[in-house]
Design a protein. Structure first.
Length: 790
């Protein structure tokens, strides 16, 4: 009888449980700030909860239709009709709370104490999952840190992410003119905007950046191969319109003729606040720390959002960027003989000399268009259609210097006429689901991606003259008139047209096996279709081929402490398409895609009520199917049995131990080796791997009470170990030394006004970057910034 009662009680409990359903949702302010500690109730029931530090809530209630109410002191309560379905989880549309500017400030200060720790992103996994539910490692640098550090260029933003280092600055040349960075031992350019293709030939303006996401590891499953590397990718999350009128005007001036004016204006277009407009813009002029060089940019980015109904919404974003600049001094090391000087000190070049002229400039107009349509098919399914179009040009004179002689005493200067236009078009359709399989929550994205890249490139690379490294740099000879005359005599004009298509389908699924144990399984099928390269001068085409790749991804997450501490492991794959190759005997050898497979494990933290956020991980990336020269065959023979590895450790910590004090710290160490490659590179570190060890640190403190409220200070910087920028058996090794660069800021910020001073490179250190090149970096600079908010 006792057992029968127990069974009946169990059956009754199951029956009651089955009649209940779950509501999940997020509450934010109208400006998009997460709203913690908001009370969420269902009128007419006893169900209620409070949002966590991310603004998320979960409610369990009996099946039925209710009025959900969200309320917090100082805000207008918001209500929404919701339906609870028995045995199902329903995702409630995001709720935005209305408040005055003063009340918003209170919420930002008291509710979101760790303002630099925001990790949630709709682009990293394309799924509604939190950082602690994602087995992939990524870093997010938000606009709050960009503002505090008085950053005026994109390169300085990513210095706040561990394990990433600039290889060389933007050159502006056709096809690959953006800056290159090293992530986990592999070179990559910033090529994604809002999770879809967005390219440039020049720089990127910070004015429209909400956050920068550095996504780590081979990510072929969701992002393919055309725009990413085996080490990861860089995605830019742009600013979006919000429901209240407001904005700011910012002006920065500083050393080396820095002048920057930026504007951010937001407004609802209609009284229902369903049509919203936001416009960001900037003008910047900056000289050089050397004796010549400048960059002038103009940027404007309008963004429109339109909420047609509770089910259908649109977002349109455009970026118009134009720059005119000289090429920063980038000296190419000799590649044909053994190196004489092995360090910058041995070259003994004058750090202040640019070896260029302000007459020799390159223009880089760029247009990036982006659109997204979201349609809620049901409580469990959403259709998301995204489209992007990039148009980027290079127009003018590209210049560089190189050691090509028998000694290091003379420097050869080259100039080239650039006339190229590149376009990319990307169409992406995703179906995103969030539903239960029995008692297990299941989140899934299924998508297709159609990508096209075209480049119409015309260029010359003309030898101009030779100058003494230690004598007269010959500036009087390097005029636009002289360069134009020299280029016009060059018989070699390279005119090529490139055209490629990529057709992809993918699926990624995250399943809650238990409340704390999650599993991810993903796969992509990718069809690459290279239409070949057309030589305009001969009207011939060659190199067309097609290739198919399959890219899997697996991951496990175990939350040791729910929503606080997660252990994770992942297996991730990336691939690069490889063209067929002609052999010395006249045959054509067809290759498979090069494959990169990563195994990674670690721990993620969001502890102490969000005050301590961090990731610690170890990764091992093995690259196979590398095409290399056959060291035992006839000259010119290539085979596909090469391999290499990249292994390392990374940590990223954001800590808010007491009110007003923030600590951001990162550390990485990477070991990369060519295990089975060309003989000259065998068992050597690849030059695109960058420094082995990198570290970043930022400490800031702002007074939050009393008469000095709003006054703050910040100090930090970056460390990089020595870097072998040339490294092979033929020419030897060239090493740029390690460095530690310190920066500091002091600021005063109130609700409608902010003033800041920033000192970069406090110790005025000479330091270099490089990638078969050496590039001196900026010396000490003091800047002042003032912001008016309205």
């Amino acid at each position: 009888m006792k057992h029968l009662n127990l069974v009946l009680l169990l059956l009754f409990s199951i029956s009651v449980y089955a009649q209940k359903g779950i509501l999940r949702g997020t509450i934010k302010t109208v400006e998009g700030q997460v709203a913690p500690s908001v009370t969420v109730t269902l009128k007419g029931s006893n169900a209620g909860t409070v949002t966590d530090e991310k603004g998320n809530y979960t409610l369990r209630a009996n099946a039925g239709t209710y009025t959900l109410q969200a309320s917090i002191v100082g805000f207008t309560p918001q209500e929404k009709e919701v339906t609870v379905e028995a045995g199902k989880t329903t995702q409630v549309d995001e709720i935005r709370l209305q408040e005055s500017a003063e009340q918003l400030q209170e919420v930002v200060v008291t509710g979101n104490t760790n303002k630099f720790s925001k990790k949630e992103s709709p682009y990293v996994s394309r799924l509604p999952i939190k950082n602690l539910e994602n087995p992939q490692v990524y870093n997010v640098i938000g606009k709050e840190l960009i503002t505090e550090q008085v950053i005026t260029n994109f390169n300085d933003i990513v210095k706040n992410s561990p394990g990433i280092d600039k290889l060389w600055s933007a050159t502006g040349r056709g096809g690959d003119g953006a800056a290159y960075f090293s992530i986990r031992g592999f070179a990559v350019q910033p090529s994604m905007i809002n999770g879809i293709a967005g390219l440039t030939n020049g720089g990127l303006d910070p004015a429209n950046i909400e956050s920068v996401e550095v996504i780590k590891g081979p990510s072929g499953t969701l992002f393919g191969s055309s725009l990413v590397s085996f080490g990861g990718l860089i995605n830019i999350n742009t600013k979006k319109p919000y429901e209240t009128a407001g904005g700011e005007i910012s002006y920065t001036m500083g050393g080396y003729d820095l002048n920057r004016l930026s504007v951010d204006v937001n407004t609802p277009v209609n009284k229902e606040k369903t049509l919203l407009l936001r416009v960001n813009g900037a003008y910047q002029y900056e000289g050089s720390f050397q004796d010549a060089g400048f960059k002038r940019t103009m940027f404007v980015a309008p963004s429109i959002s339109y909420k047609v109904s509770n089910k259908l919404s649109f977002l349109l974003n455009a970026e118009f960027y134009n720059s005119e600049a000289t090429n920063p001094l980038m000296v190419f090391l000799n590649r044909g003989r053994e190196l004489i000087a092995k360090t910058p000190a041995e070259l003994n070049m004058d750090y202040s000399q640019s070896f260029t002229s302000n007459d020799i400039t390159l223009k880089n107009p760029t247009v990036n268009l982006y659109g997204q349509m979201n349609y809620k098919l049901s409580n469990s399914w959403t259709s998301q259609t995204s489209f992007s179009r990039s148009i980027r040009k290079s127009d003018g004179l590209y210049s560089y210097a190189m050691f090509i002689g028998a000694d290091d005493d003379t420097l050869s200067r080259f100039v080239g006429l650039q006339n190229s236009i590149g376009t990319t078009t990307d169409l992406q359709q995703n179906f995103i689901g969030d539903f239960n399989l029995g008692s297990m929550r299941n989140r899934i994205v299924m998508g297709i991606d159609i990508f096209n890249s075209q480049l119409n490139d015309a260029a010359t690379y003309t030898y101009f003259d030779k100058v003494s490294v230690h004598g007269d740099p010959g500036y009087s000879l390097l005029t636009k008139q002289a360069v134009d005359a020299k280029v016009s005599q060059d018989p070699y004009v390279y005119k090529y047209i490139y055209n490629t298509y990529v057709y992809s389908a993918y699926v990624s699924d995250v399943l809650n096996l238990t409340e704390n144990l999650l599993a991810m399984a993903s796969v992509r099928v990718d069809r690459f279709d290279n239409k070949g390269v057309k030589d305009v001068s001969t009207n011939t085409k060659s190199g067309d081929y097609a290739q198919t790749a399959v890219s899997p991804k697996l991951g496990l997450i175990y939350q040791v402490v729910k929503d606080r501490v997660s252990l994770f492991a992942n297996y991730m794959n990336g691939f690069q398409n490889v063209a067929p190759s002609s052999q010395p005997d006249g045959s054509i050898r067809v290759f498979k895609p090069t494959q990169a497979n990563q195994i990674e494990g670690g721990v993620k933290l969001e502890a102490l009520k969000g005050k301590l956020v961090g990731t610690i991980s170890y990764y091992n990336i093995y690259v196979s199917n590398v095409v290399r020269a056959d060291n035992n065959g006839p000259a010119g023979t290539t085979i596909q049995n090469g391999d290499m590895y990249s292994r390392g450790f990374e940590t990223d910590i954001t800590f808010n131990p007491v009110t007003g004090l923030h600590i951001i710290a990162g550390y990485s160490h990477n070991e990369s080796i060519n295990e089975n490659t060309d003989a000259i590179d065998l068992n050597r570190r690849p030059i695109n791997a960058g420094p082995k060890t990198l570290a970043n640190l930022w400490l800031s403190y702002a007074i939050t009470n009393g008469n000095a409220k709003g006054l703050g200070f910040g100090v930090g910087g970056n460390y990089a170990s020595e870097n072998k920028v040339s490294n092979n058996a033929t020419i030897g090794v060239f090493t740029v030394p390690s460095y530690t660069i310190l920066n500091a800021t002091t600021f005063y910020s109130v609700r409608s006004f902010r003033f800041a001073l920033k000192l970069d490179n406090i110790t005025n250190q000479h330091y270099w970057k490089g990638w078969s090149t050496i590039e001196p970096q900026m010396l000490r600079r003091l800047s002042a910034n003032v912001v008016f908010k309205f």
